[in-house]
Design a protein around this ligand. Structure first.
Ligand code: SF4
Length: 201
């Protein structure tokens, strides 16, 4: 099973297949892999030791960044994620660490999680998807329901307050230019960088 895989110049870490969402656009519905990753469906969730072993099997120097991103929401395994980040900082202190997240980690874990990320996570990339809370719920089908959009924004804002760089993304061609302008305004208010990304990025 694939625990770590390469995407462009990043090393990606696949911790879990759990996710509180069932996004209408999720790659998992139509694919088993991303690029040359190999299968991203996990036989079991890798233990911290298995993740460390997988990381020890590659040369971290060759990667521009380490990214927690797989076929699931990485903050579903917050403890393992943070312990893995601490290990990477120990063996390769200057390596940039990013989490690609749906931003619902506070709801998943039942507490604000950004303070725990301070000093371990350098960047969070949060899927904003749309500037509209109702449309967000229709797109993500989050199990947390109507509170999800505001919780996602609150997480993004609190990550910024912890000194973490926050990037918020929408997918090109999926929303109008007017909606993109609204997303830009949300990012400006929160202090995040707005990025419109290609679908399979
Ligand atoms: S949050 Fe990500 S992993 Fe979860 S369903 Fe949506 S696109 Fe898929």
């Amino acid at each position: 099973m694939t625990i770590v895989y390469d995407v462009h110049d990043g090393l990606y870490i696949n911790l879990t297949n759990r996710c509180p969402c069932a996004c209408t656009f999720c790659l998992r519905q139509t694919m088993d892999t991303v690029g040359q990753s190999g299968g991203l469906w996990l036989e079991h969730e890798p233990s911290l030791e298995e993740v460390k072993q997988a990381i020890d099997g590659v040369d971290l120097k060759h990667y521009a960044e380490i990214v927690f991103c797989g076929f699931g929401e990485p903050t579903e395994r917050l403890d393992t994620l943070l312990q893995t980040a601490a290990y990477i900082k120990q063996v390769c202190p200057d390596k940039k660490i990013r989490i690609n997240t749906n931003g619902l980690g506070d709801l998943v874990n039942g507490e604000p999680i950004a303070p725990k990320m301070r000093g371990l996570i350098d960047v969070v990339s949060v899927s904003l998807n749309t500037p509209n809370a109702e449309k967000y719920l229709k797109l993500t089908r989050s199990k947390f329901g109507a509170q999800s959009f505001d919780a996602m924004l609150a997480f993004a804002e609190s990550a910024g307050e912890q000194g973490i760089e926050v990037v918020m993304t929408t997918v090109d061609t999926t929303i109008s230019h007017e909606e993109e302008a609204q997303c830009q305004a949300i990012c400006d208010r929160i202090g995040a960088r707005y990025r419109i990304r290609p679908w399979e990025d």
